[in-house]
Design a protein around this ligand. Structure first.
Ligand code: ADP
Length: 503
């Protein structure tokens, strides 16, 4: 900063000659504006005896806690300004009478001091960042464009069992060779890793990894497999050019195990509930199976008698055997449906046709409905309605709703004894509505229906609605139970996202 034009030019030329990059300002305002644009190593400030505004610039540097070194270049340094300059941490005073070469050599010294300072500051910053990354309970590994490891934090080294020396320079994809578990779900994990480091997006995935612990180590025998969530992101420069990748991984074994246990517990509860539905229907069911068995026995008895008296003609023999076959098929149908309903523990996703599911559920409950003298009417959407989900679990939901409706109608001794099941699709949402003509639900119970074990029935488990709701929500749907607004009885509504899949 120099206000004398000739002096300024001379100064600039001399500094440029000494290989410094120079920005010249004519005023304090100009110089302060420059501070916003660039980072300066040294500021040479002209301070004349009568105008001390150059010190305003130095004060501004102090205010910004800048590491820029300041050299006061003055024609005649007053004691006063020197004292203030020292207070502000000025690096040197150079009197104009000492000549330009002295100023240039002071600028050299000041810039060396600045560089040393910046270097140790950068070192401190890096050390702090490494300490931060080392204290994180997640593995962090960075690689360059050649996919060679350039950084790994302490957790990453511990988890993967590498030493500092071993990991640096190693190919990041090959780090997991031999560590990735052989479980089916991870068969493509290695190729996934390779593509993750080739691709331009950030991706995430759970991968089971065999811990790189020494066999015999207690943790190894307890959990040789651990599941890590791997996240690969690109490192880019300010022009978006790729500099490499960073891999962050965290141990999600406990979380995964808890999820698995929760799912198993849920499956068990669902299974128990289905078995209980069948248990409650046992009387009706044995009747349903006994009927064809009785018929078979009658047909066979008649035939035997006829054969003994040689009174059976071939056409009669044929038609009776056909009737026996029909009855056997009927009994086996009932048993088959029951078996399919009770088994099927693990949730299996497929495209499920809701209309077909409603028809099958009504069939499954046919004998129960008949025992309650209740009929089921279906008003099904003409188009095929597909949702993605577990057929058995969704059947369980409909069966529960129908069973509740039939029981409600029967206990109330209602004169109208019909359940109406309607399906439709609105805005890609499949709607299933079951309306009954039972007594409805008293308002004091309405808020408690979905509570596990809430039941108003003597032999009720009180799990049907709560399990049904969980199943529907697991299918990204909603379930509501309310008293019908017109007439009496209950309206149960299920909303499920429609799938575009074709069967
Ligand atoms: P449970 O049938 O074993 O009692 P649920 O969870 O299926 O268990 O039902 C809980 C309660 O909700 C029932 O006991 C009954 O009081 C009430 N409820 C369910 N559906 C109906 C219905 N359609 N009409 C009247 N009450 C119903």
């Amino acid at each position: 900063m120099e206000d004398d034009e000739a002096q300024r030019k001379l100064l600039e030329r001399s500094l440029v000659k000494a290989k410094f990059e120079v920005t010249v300002s004519k005023s304090v305002e100009d110089a302060i504006a420059c501070l916003d644009q660039l980072q300066f190593a040294v500021a040479v400030v002209d301070l004349s005896l009568f105008d001390k505004s150059g010190l305003d610039f130095v004060r501004e540097l102090v205010r910004r806690s800048s590491r820029t070194r300041v050299i006061i270049h003055t024609g005649n340094a007053s004691f006063e300004s020197a004292r203030e300059g020292i207070e502000l941490g000025v690096f040197a005073y150079v009197e104009k009478s000492q000549g330009i070469s002295e100023l240039v050599s002071q600028v050299g010294r000041a810039s060396t001091a600045y560089l040393k300072d910046s270097l140790s500051f950068a070192e401190q910053e890096i050390r702090l960042q490494i300490r931060l990354l080392d204290s994180v309970r997640e593995g962090v590994i960075a690689s360059n464009v050649q996919q060679s490891v350039i950084f790994a934090n302490r957790y990453a080294l511990e988890m993967l069992g590498y030493s500092d020396k071993e990991i640096y320079g190693k190919n990041i994809v090959s780090l997991f060779d031999g560590l990735i578990g052989k479980e089916v779900e991870n068969q493509d994990a290695l190729s996934w890793m390779a593509s993750a480091f080739d691709g331009a997006q950030s991706i995430e995935r759970d991968v089971s990894i065999v811990l790189a612990l020494k066999p015999g180590d207690q943790a190894f025998s307890a959990h040789p497999y651990r599941t890590f969530r791997l996240q690969v992101s690109q490192i880019v420069d300010s022009f978006d050019a790729r500099l490499g990748h960073v891999l962050v991984f965290s141990d999600v074994t406990v979380q995964k195990r808890a999820e698995l246990e929760l799912n198993q517990a849920r499956e068990l509860a669902n299974h128990a509930q289905r078995v209980s539905v069948i248990g409650q229907m046992a009387g009706v069911l044995s009747h349903e199976i006994n009927q064809p068995l009785g018929a078979i026995s009658n047909f066979a008895g008649g035939l035997l008698l006829g054969l003994e008296h040689s009174t059976v003609a071939l056409p009669e023999l044929k038609s009776t055997l056909k009737s026996i076959q029909d009855q056997a098929i009927r009994a086996s149908d009932v048993l088959g449906r029951l078996r399919r309903f009770i088994s099927g523990n693990a949730a299996a996703e497929s495209a499920v046709d809701i209309n077909q599911l409603v028809v099958e559920s009504v069939k499954l409950l046919e004998c129960e409905l008949r025992a309650h003298h209740v009929t089921a009417e279906t008003k099904l959407e003409e188009r095929q309605l597909l949702v993605i989900g577990d057929r058995i679990q969704l059947t369980q939901v409909i069966v529960n709703i129908l069973k509740n409706a039939a029981e409600a109608i029967d206990t109330a001794g209602a004169s109208e004894r019909c359940i109406v099941i309607t399906t439709r699709v609105v805005d890609l949402i499949v709607q299933i509505e079951v309306a009954d003509c039972g007594p409805g639900i008293s308002t004091e119970y309405l808020g408690r229906l979905f509570e596990p074990y809430f039941s108003t029935k003597d032999s009720g488990m009180g799990l049907g609605l709560s399990i049904s709701k969980t199943i529907v929500e697991n299918h990204r749907g909603t379930m509501s139970v309310e008293n019908r607004r017109t007439g009496h009885g209950v309206l149960v509504q299920l909303l499920l996202p429609q799938s575009e899949h074709l069967l």
